[in-house]
Design a protein around this ligand. Structure first.
Ligand code: ADP
Length: 277
């Protein structure tokens, strides 16, 4: 070992006897599947709109002609099937578990498509939760997918960590809201992504303001955004800001997310598409 060793083999090219190569812990995709790019959608805590943003991005990408999929890795709070109005159960086949395809052609896998009752709570310990997410990657038949969006479990605990390690993410999107302790939460997401060697594609601020439908004036019920400062601090790209939008929320809660017209989400999808191309 060199005297000046920092014990960080990733930043050192020396072939010494103590060298430790980073372990590749990614799981193998089902042999019948093909997924070109996988985008993780993360947030520091629940309720900021992570699932809404995941769904909106998938809808926008699908409208652009890409074969899009959503892997719902938020096992204890699965809200993707509800947003798309899916109540069917996923079935098995000789190629693996077949995801449910939405009206507009988005393939979805979520624990709610496997539970007998979608209102049954998932009361499982960490390793079982993480194992389920891995199975969604290894045992589901993802047929020729261009872009897969992964609705990640919130936070930086055991399950998000396993998802980061087992699924080869092309990058992540961080979703924040103005009432978040933005700097700290973004800082944690940035560090986790860096430790996992996953690029951060950018940040989306959700519920950034409320636009009065009568006069068009913007109001900031959660306080003025600090997003610009935080993005500069960590050198991150702002993909977009989504205002509080009653129509998108109602559509999401009523299973009609595919009918949403949301120019702000469209603009964020433009930015994301440009980065991913
Ligand atoms: P998370 O996945 O972070 O827990 P969700 O996406 O499930 O959060 O959103 C929580 C709630 O907030 C849902 O009822 C959703 O419809 C609503 N919501 C999310 N984003 C918006 C928005 N921009 N405007 C209005 N309501 C929103």
């Amino acid at each position: 070992m060199a005297e000046e060793c920092t014990h960080d083999c990733s930043s050192c090219g020396a072939a010494c006897s103590s060298r430790q190569e980073a372990q590749d812990m990614t799981e193998k995709l089902n042999p019948y599947s093909s997924v070109k790019k996988v985008i993780g959608v993360v947030s520091g805590k629940g309720g900021v709109g992570k699932s809404t943003v995941t769904s909106l991005m998938a809808v926008m990408f699908s409208r652009r002609g890409y074969h899009t999929a959503i892997l719902d890795a938020d096992i204890t709070g699965p809200s993707i099937p509800k947003a798309f109005g899916i109540h069917e159960k996923a079935m098995g086949s000789d190629k693996g578990i077949i995801p449910i395809t939405t009206h507009s052609g988005i393939d979805i896998m979520s624990v709610n498509l496997l539970l007998e009752n979608e209102t049954d709570p998932v009361i499982w310990r960490g390793p079982i939760l993480a194992g389920t997410v891995k199975q969604f990657w290894t045992e589901v038949f993802w047929n020729d997918v261009d872009y897969m969006f992964v609705d990640m479990p919130p936070g930086t605990g055991d399950v998000p960590l396993t998802v980061f390690q087992s699924i080869p993410l092309s990058g992540i999107i961080v979703v924040t809201s103005p009432q978040d302790l933005v700097s700290m939460i973004v800082g944690k997401a940035v560090k986790m992504a860096q430790m996992m060697d996953v690029p951060i594609l950018g940040i989306i601020e959700n519920m950034s303001c409320y636009v009065c439908p009568d006069c068009g004036k913007k109001h900031y019920p959660f306080g003025e955004s600090k997003l610009e400062t935080v993005a500069n601090e960590y050198g991150l790209k702002i993909l977009g800001r989504l205002p509080i939008d009653a129509a998108s929320s109602a559509a999401c809660d009523n299973g009609r997310i595919e009918s949403v017209l949301n120019p702000d989400a469209e603009a964020a999808a433009d930015e994301l598409e440009a980065i991913l191309k």
